[in-house]
Design a protein. Sequence first.
Length: 298
Amino acid sequence: MNKQQAAYISIISNSLLIALKVVAGIMMGSVSVISEAIHSCNDLIASIVAFFSIKKALVPADEDHAFGHGKYENVSGAFEAILIFIAAVMIINEAVKKFAHGTKLENLDAGIIVMMISAIVNYFVAQTLFKVSKKTDSIALEADAWHLWTDVITSAGVMSGLIVIKFSGWAILDPIIAILVALIIIKAAVELTIKSLKDLVDKSLPQDEIDRIKQTLDKFTEIVSYHKLRTRKSGDRREIDVHLQLPKNTSLSKAHDLCFRVESAVKQCLTNAHIVIHVEPDDHKRHVMEDKHPGDND
């Protein structure tokens, strides 16, 4: 399954669950169930945004976007985080109104069944999205998966609350549960925002990936030293830039061959990597002043 197919499945599942939750929420007069319908509307918008951002990110590099369109996925992740915040505010607003005017619930069994169906469906769809996002390194799909995962948690929470209300009669629990749902959503939004912005501001690759690049370079005995190792990420594409110092008597042909082998080795250890190599003649004075791997990620 590719990224676009996974995003399309998310759109279909969210559309069906919204219809179920809206009908059940209106029948019951439950703000917690309505809040879940709002959450699913939010998920649907996020799925649509993810679908089109993934489609755009797959467009090859062109004159206006020489480094490709990968960051459309990062923008999508940040936008989806904003949507989560909006959903949380709407839920809290509805819950406060219920506190002020009181609440009366009906057809609790319908709400319990709908929440159970929602939790089960979203669990399997979220797991599918997580699997595909990890395989394809898609931040947009991962953001969509987190949307659905929070829906699993909140749906299970609302279902549990409705069961308690059914046997205790404490209808006041309904807006309380809705506010708890909103707080969980806000937490997910904060985490998504941080992760999306890291790539938008060209943060370096994770340290474990940088270490793998260094270990790969260390395998080439022809390299005297290297420096100015710089990394960043654009969508699922890893951008790497490094300066290699080679012996002064290295021919252009040998230098070219080495660069090709280094590039191939880096691409083997990191998926979807693009590396730019600058070759320099070995300078003894500079080599003495610098470490084996100075200037990494500066």
